[in-house]
Ligand binder design. Sequence first.
Ligand code: PHE
Ligand code: FE
Length: 297
Amino acid sequence: MMPGSAKALNQGVAPVTYGQGDRPPRGDYARAGADYTCAQDYGQYAEADHDTYRRLYARQLQQLPGLACDEFIAAVQQLGAPERIPRFDDISERLLKATGWQIVCVPGLIPEEAFFALLAARRFPVTDWIRRPEEFDYVVEPDVFHDLFGHVPLLFDPTFADYMQAYGAGGLKASRLDACELLARLYWYTVEFGLIDTKQGLRAYGAGVLSSAGELRYSVTSPGPRRVAFDLQRLMRSRYRIDTYQATYFVVDSFRQLFEATAPDFTPVYARVRETISSQGEIDAGVVLPGERQFMI
Ligand code: PHE
Ligand code: FE
């Protein structure tokens, strides 16, 4: 799940995610409540939908060894049987016991503030519809496979789970400070496309990579992209691409490092990043700064 922008759906305006075109989001928002959650429409799934889920799951699962971080591999089975789209309530029951998180159903992309409020309450929004067969390799909007397979396993990790909640609380604050664009970069480069350095080598923990057929291997093993050490202010200056594999990935040493580096109040951080951007500009995807250490493959 990615946050949409703050456009009010209840006024009949569709949410838009960063960089997305004018196309309205898929999904029936009439069934959502004021917090954008709804009941998982389990009856909507045809056998073909379960089959799509099963094939996506199988394709990703066999790629995990050597590419996904251990915390993800250890938790992925918590999603339940891989043959059918799970019932969200079953996963929530296990998740609540593990880390106090729950998953909640949403019709699709939701506005930023609603998204932040859910995360701050340890509720992770999951889209219930699944991509069409012709979108098997690539779907523009997050579907149930991306949201569940990509995001939910790491919510079973206590440190990562705390980071996600802190992100939500930070998002509510960023809305007030008009800093959502800077904060969205943090989400993008960690929660969606983050890499982690381990004793065994680089591994992926970002949901966008973990749920992608091609980018998982690309992000961890290809000599193509740049891989730089996580640095909050550098990251917030960095633009990102939504239409191709990433040209830059940020690497953390541990989820603890991520949590601690993002714990301080961002109010002065946003101010400093804005100053740096006005004096030195933003950093384009794929650009490495002079003297910056890269992780080499
Ligand atoms: N420390 C951040 C703030 O004060 C909140 C935050 C934590 C944001 C973790 C993102 C991730 O705004
Ligand atoms: Fe996502």
